[in-house]
Design a protein around this ligand. Structure first.
Ligand SMILES: C[S@@+](CC[C@H](N)C(=O)[O-])C[C@H]1O[C@@H](n2cnc3c(N)ncnc32)[C@H](O)[C@@H]1O
Length: 198
């Protein structure tokens, strides 16, 4: 099964924040669940929420294998969701109140990031929480040398990938009525952005 050491390292610190951010949530949709390590950990430790994993179709076999093997009852089987395609509205809860995504916005191209925000804006109920984990730039500048090197490495793999400016992200969120509540410093030069729509 695919395994990410980064997920093992960051799942503890992320959970501390999600316990607060999703304290009153009922339904969480995770976008770009990857290996599913976050999905199983967060669902287990947030038993009051129904956690819905998702990813592009090519990830689903391994992702659902992990969910089947070690998932808790509140973790639903992952479905296919590519932010640039038609969103599977019939699979998304009509009372979806929360979104989680980790390490996805710097992998996606800019049009994909725009599609991500449009899609979550349309899928969420009015009062909702969004938590986005990953590295971000401030006023076009990298927040560390390691993030600058990481950005170079990303662009070598895919010129359309790259660490995003937080100012652009907050603008896209605002267009969906999502206002930045907190920009939380996390280990290894990452951030956890908490947006809320009231
Ligand atoms: C670096 S991995 C992160 C996986 C996991 N969230 C983690 O933190 O380990 C990037 C993820 O973004 C997803 N992704 C990339 N483009 C996407 C798209 N257009 N729609 C949905 N997910 C996408 C990938 O499939 C992959 O699961």
């Amino acid at each position: 099964m695919p395994f990410s050491q980064a997920c093992e390292n960051n799942k503890g610190p992320i959970l501390v924040e999600l316990k607060r951010i999703f304290a009153n949530s009922q339904q969480v949709l995770e976008i770009g669940s990857g290996t599913g390590q976050h999905s199983v950990h967060f669902a287990e430790h947030l038993p009051h929420v129904t956690w819905q994993a998702s990813d592009q179709n090519s990830y689903l076999t391994h992702l659902n294998a992990r969910i089947e093997l070690v998932g808790s009852p509140n973790l639903l089987p992952a479905f296919g969701l590519d932010v640039t395609l038609d969103w599977p509205t019939q699979m998304i809860s009509p009372v979806l109140d929360s979104i989680f995504t980790a390490n996805t916005l710097h992998i996606m191209s800019k049009p994909m990031v725009e599609a991500f925000f449009k899609g979550i804006g349309q899928s969420l109920i009015k009062t909702s929480q969004v938590a986005i984990y990953g590295p971000f730039n401030y006023q076009g500048k990298f927040s560390s040398d390691s993030n600058a090197s990481f950005d170079q490495w990303l662009k070598q793999n895919n010129p359309e990938s790259g660490i995003r400016d937080i100012e652009w992200i907050t603008t896209l969120a605002k267009q969906q009525g999502l206002i930045l509540q907190a920009d939380i410093e996390m280990p290894a030069n990452n951030r956890l952005l908490h947006f809320c729509r009231n």
